[in-house]
Ligand binder design. Structure first.
Ligand SMILES: Cc1cc2nc3c(=O)[nH]c(=O)nc-3n(C[C@H](O)[C@H](O)[C@H](O)COP(=O)(O)OP(=O)(O)OC[C@H]3O[C@@H](n4cnc5c(N)ncnc54)[C@H](O)[C@@H]3O)c2cc1C
Length: 404
């Protein structure tokens, strides 16, 4: 019998586990088990960078430090970025109208970090175990939700808990077993990710170009290469994936308008069909959803993991506080407070990401042209730039205590 069983040990589930097991200032940690059938091992020190990376905000950095996971990410798998350069294809990458966000504008050392996804997950799972968490390398096979407890079954046996947390990704089995519905809509786009060497230095800058048929980002890695995330309409993405490495790099050079000079692939190419997903309810009696199990957003703003880590911290805060006050951590009243808090924050972020996609990456017509020009208007005002930089740092909205 555990206080909490978490299903899914991706970055979001592992972070929730580490925070719940450690407890908060003034509230003791809980007994927590986590199910994850695909446990990753650490990469060999000399292994090339995996093409799956995530951009982490300052808020995420803070709560990863609080979870005691930050120092466990090898420095070679983490790189700080100091600037973002954002432009629309209607202008040149060297134009003074390119929107530049600079950490120096807000007196910060950087705007965030690019982390290898696997290194992040390994660090968080290690932090969870260090905090006394128990891992079962098994999938969920059945969930029985009772008045007083939940029974979580795996091929190896059954665990009891007062709360089950669904952190099992977009196809969440917990969500289905709890009868929670989901609204899903394909974007009709596919993201291609790969690592590339570039002729010119990335200058610790994240580069992003909006085009009429998608978005292309270059994210700077510690070894001097860059990770690309190219979200293109499905048919274009299919033809890009089928090209030879050389022909793909030539297309990439054209799509980036040679912003970083000539490129060459240094990894395989991976592709991900993109889908918008939103669960109308994040919670039910003794069940809470976090991360991609509750919401999936377009990767153009690099916010998926950041939103999920904030869910993890918000839920951990509500549940540990309830437990410290001798309340039942699986009670609907406690879980509803988490849902109210995070659902509105996620909905606001998802709406602005979709507006960027509609107007900047795919827009035609007067409103889109206005938005495209808006990028250089933002650039012209330091105050407006600062506002957006704070949002990029993840320091707006109601932050959980662990992220403050
Ligand atoms: C191309 C691309 C680029 C992205 N870039 C960024 C970025 O820059 N920044 C950012 O913040 N986000 C980014 N994202 C989003 C980010 O990858 C996801 O939001 C994030 O991985 C969600 O984490 P999660 O832990 O909720 O789910 P997942 O990472 O999907 O983890 C779910 C875990 O649950 C486990 N699981 C599944 N079923 C079961 C079961 N039945 N029993 C037990 N365990 C189970 C799985 O094995 C998995 O480990 C990007 C996404 C894409 C597609």
């Amino acid at each position: 019998m555990f206080d909490v069983v978490i299903v899914g040990g991706g970055p979001v589930g592992a972070c929730a586990g580490a925070l719940l097991a450690r407890g908060t200032r003034g509230a003791a940690g809980l007994s927590v088990a986590l199910l994850e059938p695909r446990l990753p091992g650490p990469a060999a020190a000399d292994a090339r960078h995996d093409p799956r990376v995530v951009a982490l905000s300052r808020a995420s950095e803070r709560l990863l430090r609080r979870a005691a996971a930050w120092s466990q990410i090898p420095p070679s798998r983490l790189s700080a970025y100091e600037r973002m350069r954002i432009w629309h294809e209607s202008i040149a990458p060297t134009s003074t109208a390119v929107l530049v966000f600079d950490a120096a504008d807000v007196g910060e050392p950087n705007l965030g970090y690019i982390a290898e996804s696997r290194a992040l997950q390994v660090a968080l799972l290690a932090a969870f175990v260090d905090a006394g968490g128990h891992i079962e390398a098994a999938p969920l096979t059945a969930l029985t939700i009772g008045e007083e407890e939940v029974q979580v079954s795996t091929p190896q046996g059954t665990l009891g808990a007062r709360l089950v947390v669904g952190a099992d990704g977009a196809q969440s089995a917990v969500r289905a077993a709890a009868g929670l519905t989901v609204e899903a809509r394909p974007y009709g786009q596919t993201a291609i990710v790969a690592n590339v060497a570039t002729e010119r230095s990335h200058e610790a800058t994240a580069w992003q170009r909006f085009m009429h048929d998608g978005t292309l980002a270059f994210l700077p890695l510690a070894d001097g290469t860059s990770s690309i995330v190219w979200s293109a309409d499905d048919s274009r993405a299919m033809s890009l994936v089928s090209l030879s490495d050389g022909a793909f790099a030539a297309e990439l050079d054209r799509a980036s308008d040679h912003a970083l000079g000539r490129t060459s692939l240094v990894s395989e190419r991976l592709s991900f069909p993109l889908m918008r997903l939103a669960a109308p309810r994040y919670v039910a009696q003794r069940v809470a959803l976090i991360g991609d199990a509750a919401h999936v957003v377009h990767p153009l703003a690099g916010q998926g993991v950041n939103l999920g880590l904030l869910d993890a911290a918000a839920l951990a805060q509500q549940v540990t506080n309830a437990s410290a006050a001798r309340e039942d951590p699986g009670a609907l009243r406690v879980l509803r407070a988490y849902e109210r808090w995070r659902k509105s924050e996620v909905a606001a972020m998802a709406m602005s990401i979709d507006a960027f996609d509609r107007l900047l990456a795919h827009g035609a017509g007067p409103v889109a042209r206005l938005a495209q020009r808006g990028l250089s208007w933002v650039n012209a005002s330091q105050e407006v730039r600062r506002f957006f930089i704070r949002r990029a740092l993840g320091l707006s909205g109601e932050l959980p205590e662990a992220a403050r």
